[in-house]
Ligand binder design. Structure first.
Ligand code: PBG
Length: 331
């Protein structure tokens, strides 16, 4: 021992000295029940590995049942459904969105029957159904607000009737949360929740998802309804409106590049906050791990912990099942 002595009033390393102490002072938890699994489905009888999102699958109805069972075993409580609609059935009005015989309501009924405890979340927006590939109705190159909201109320009521527990409008039209709440209540679905995509940004990170569903806009971009990535105060304005209109939960999307938005919303609301680690975030991590540049387990759990630390209660992530498995191993 040297006689050099540092007189420190506080040594932060004492709280890091062993796994036991680190576990005692850990500020953020990550649990399978906080993860929501997004799933893709299609009409085909075969499950199809997704080229645009390696590691993900577009499920047949039967395949979806297996995925739901596995997710529940992993400790995941909730899934959100995204359908791929055949090009021939897409229309300018997106009518399939509220067809009770459509793919989503059929999947909802089958899932509810087999797995009554699974929380079913549905996306409300027209982009998978509409031949323009926009979340709303397009007339003369313009995405109409109020006419779209009316269409969305039909879609949401149909989804509630088919068994959705939580309706998640991802369209970013003005006034849709209030209109959906009113329509759901009018039809007797007072118990169906609304998880609003409150701050959904016009992000480059949705590219692989649009490839998975063939849902990219045919013309233009989504900047007249999705938010400008440069804005955070605007998210608080959307939040105030969504709270006022009756949202039960709010969402920030994407997650990783918008942790400040999550944190600011955390300070501004007592509602549960979800964050969506989107397809491009998934692929960025996944490809770096596949190349051997990052350790997948460490990097993914760190990214999810960061999103939780920023203030998200729930995380939608394509890594949900893998993460749940790692968390279980970790004990
Ligand atoms: C559509 C919708 C999108 C995503 C979820 N719902 C795409 C978009 O807005 O273009 C993206 C999810 C992802 O990238 O993982 N309303």
């Amino acid at each position: 021992m040297s006689d050099f002595f540092l007189d420190l009033p506080m040594r932060p390393r004492r709280n890091r000295k062993s796994a036991g102490v680190r576990a005692m002072v850990r500020e953020t938890t990550l649990e399978a029940s906080q993860l929501i699994l997004p799933v893709f489905l299609h009409e085909d009888a075969e499950d199809q590995p997704l080229e645009s999102m390696p590691g993900c699958t577009r499920w047949s109805l039967e395949g979806l049942m297996g995925e739901a069972e596995g997710a529940l075993e992993d400790g995941i409580r909730a899934m959100v459904l995204f359908p791929k609609v055949p090009e021939a059935r897409k229309t300018p009005g997106g009518e399939e969105a509220w067809d009770p015989q459509g793919l989503v309501p059929r999947a909802l009924r089958a899932l509810k029957q087999r797995f009554p405890e699974l929380v079913l979340i549905t996306d409300v927006a027209l982009d998978p159904y509409n031949s323009d590939g926009h979340d709303g109705l397009v007339v003369d190159g313009e995405v109409l607000n109020d006419a779209t909201v009316e269409a969305l109320t039909r879609q949401a009521v149909m989804q509630a009737e088919a068994g959705a527990d939580i309706i998640a409008p991802s369209d970013m039209m003005d006034g849709r949360v209030g209109a959906l709440r009113e329509a759901l209540d009018l039809h007797g679905h007072t118990g169906v929740s609304i998880l609003s995509y409150t701050a959904k940004y016009a992000s480059a990170f949705y590219g692989p998802f649009r490839g998975a569903l063939d849902s990219a806009p045919k013309d233009g971009d989504k900047k007249t309804y999705q938010m400008d990535p440069a804005n955070a105060r605007e998210a608080l304005r959307e939040l105030a409106l969504d709270e006022h209109e009756g949202a039960d939960m709010v969402m920030v999307k994407p997650a990783g590049p918008y942790l400040d938005v999550i944190a600011r919303m955390r300070d501004a609301t007592t509602l549960p906050i979800a964050a969506y680690q989107v397809s491009g975030e998934y692929l960025a991590l996944r490809s770096a791990c596949e190349a051997g540049w990052l350790d997948e387990r460490e990097a993914v759990l760190e990214s999810l912990t960061g999103i939780r630390r920023a203030g998200a209660d729930l995380i939608l992530t394509y890594f949900a099942r893998a993460a749940a498995g790692w968390l279980r191993e970790q004990g």
